[in-house]
Every structure is written in structure tokens, then in C-alpha cells.
Design a protein around this ligand. Structure first.
Ligand code: GUN
Length: 283
């Protein structure tokens, strides 16, 4: 089968161009959207993500601030930075890059962010808004929001379709399931304890893989013609970047598929800019 490949990089670039227009308008009114990113320690992958977020902000005409803290930073010191950013009128969005070192309780830090500036959508206020369908409050987490934008661009309406999400994290799996449910899908959430995973994934019209295992989803796990969205970013045994889906084999079974790199990754950053714009408009 000749599958359609969703070009996340191209879609993200188009969105970033729209956001740049809006950012320039806000800046002309003296309200340049501002995003602060805090990183603790020197996890190499986190450093790359954070650098890309800063670059995307600047290219889109946003104010960008990076706060890089040492690995041994205390929770109290980190909370001090968050509180200062909560009070800072030039900053509309605050993102604390995860994971955090073991001495810091990540959830406590997330709950310290002013919910109006929670552009990651990880605060309980955002999670509650997503759960209850309060679309005028809170923020949808960027990665699952990016997946929804990819489905829309591929003209896939989830209404009545069976969507299967593999993964139950607060960052991707759970909010992904809620967004698909709100869009009218019948949703199944699978995870590491799920029995006979393949029997479930083979029922999926939309399959979202957020497991964190290189090329875990194989062709025999996919229904012919399904839409397969790969959220994974892994390094294989040869150090090559790859997703959670065995792209080379699955592309011949799926009807629509997203690649890694160039799929969900760029969309996550575009959604972050979108959330920061919304935050700046609301504040
Ligand atoms: N670590 C991996 N993905 C994310 C994300 O979307 N936001 C934050 N803050 N940390 C992450």
C-alpha cells in the first residue's frame, strides 16, 4: 500500500509563520509574547530540546529567556525562579524542562507555576480543564495537541473511529486519550501491562505510539490503512534516531504515517509557541 506521510516539519513551519504574524501584531501593541524555559542539569537530550525551543521562539518574534541551573540545584531554589517568573509581566509562558534531578519533586514544581502561564499544560488546572472540556481555560499539552493538528492536516476526522494510544504518561498518553475522546473517537489506552497488545492495536483506525522503545510497533500490529502517529524519539543500538514505530515496514501497511524525525517533534515546538501566544492574549 502507498501510504501518505504526514510531514510534521512542513506543517510546523506553516504554523510558526502564522504565529510569527500574530506575535508581531502583539509586539506592535507593546505585548510581545514571552516564554521562559528552565533547565536543571545537563541531560544532553534536554539541552537539545531546550535550545530548539529558544531558537523557535526567537525566529517567531517571541521574547525568549533561558534559565540554566546546575544539576545540584535545590527544589527551594528552583521554586524561587518559578515564583519570580510568575511575577514577571514580560513572561507569559513558563516551561520547566523534564525530567528533573532526583532531589526535586517535579509535580510540586509544576503546581508552583501560575496556571495562566502553564504553556506545557501539565498543571492540575490544565489537566482538569482538559478532562472537563473547558476549552477557554488551561492549555493542552503540546505533544498531543501537535498530534491532533497532524490528524486535522491529514483530513482524518476522529469521530467514530477507534483510536488506540500506547502509553499512559501525564505528558502524552493520558492527555492524548482525552483529546481524541473530545474529538469523538472511541479510545483505548494500552500500556506496559496490557495483555495481547497486538490484538488491540490491530483494531485501531488511529494508532498513537508513545512507548519510548525503538521500533516497538511492527507491521503485524497495524490494521491495513490505519493512521499511525509516532511520538517516540529514541536512539537505536547504532545511535541512529528512530521512533517507536518500525517505519520502514509499517509504512507499507498504514494508510497514513508520521516519520521520526520530521513528524511529531517539530509539531510539539509549534504548539508551545501557539500556547504561549494564547497565554499572552489572555494575560
Ligand atoms: N520533556 C520531554 N517532553 C517535554 C515537554 O513537552 N515539556 C517539558 N517541560 N519537558 C519535557
Amino acid at each position: 500500500m502507498n501510504s501518505t506521510i504526514i510531514d510534521g516539519a512542513q506543517l510546523a513551519a506553516a504554523l510558526r509563520a502564522q504565529y510569527r504574524e500574530q506575535a508581531l501584531q502583539l509586539t506592535a501593541q507593546g505585548r510581545q509574547p514571552g516564554l521562559a524555559v528552565i533547565i536543571v542539569g545537563d541531560n544532553p537530550a534536554s539541552r537539545v530540546y531546550v535550545r530548539n525551543k529558544g531558537k523557535a521562539c526567537e525566529a517567531a518574534g517571541f521574547h525568549s529567556r533561558l534559565i540554566a541551573l546546575a544539576e545540584n540545584t535545590s527544589e527551594a531554589a528552583l521554586l524561587g525562579h518559578v515564583q519570580a517568573l510568575n511575577r514577571d509581566a514580560a513572561i507569559h509562558g513558563i516551561l520547566v524542562q523534564l525530567p528533573l534531578p532526583a532531589q526535586i519533586d517535579a509535580q510540586r514544581v509544576i503546581e508552583a507555576i501560575n496556571p495562566a502561564k502553564d504553556v506545557d499544560g501539565f498543571h492540575v488546572a490544565s489537566a482538569g480543564a482538559l478532562l472537563t472540556g473547558a476549552t477557554d481555560a488551561g492549555f493542552a499539552p503540546c505533544t498531543p495537541a501537535g498530534v491532533m493538528a497532524m490528524l486535522k492536516s491529514a483530513k482524518i476526522d476522529p469521530t467514530g473511529l477507534h483510536a488506540v494510544v500506547i502509553g499512559r504518561s501525564n505528558i502524552v498518553g493520558k492527555p492524548m486519550a482525552l483529546l481524541l475522546l473530545a474529538a469523538g473517537a472511541t479510545v483505548t489506552v494500552c500500556h506496559s501491562k496490557t495483555r495481547d497488545l497486538g490484538a488491540i492495536t490491530r483494531q485501531a483506525d488511529i494508532l498513537v505510539a508513545a512507548i519510548g522503545k525503538p521500533r516497538f510497533v511492527t507491521a503485524d500490529m497495524v490494521k491495513p490503512g490505519a493512521c499511525v502517529i509516532d511520538v517516540g524519539i529514541n536512539r537505536d543500538a547504532d545511535g541512529k534516531l528512530c521512533g517507536d514505530v518500525d517505519f520502514a515496514a509499517v509504512k507499507d501497511v498504514a494508510g497514513t504515517i508520521s516519520p521520526v524525525p520530521g513528524g511529531v517533534g517539530p509539531m510539539t515546538i509549534a504548539m508551545l509557541l501557539g500556547n504561549t501566544l494564547v497565554a499572552a492574549k489572555r494575560q
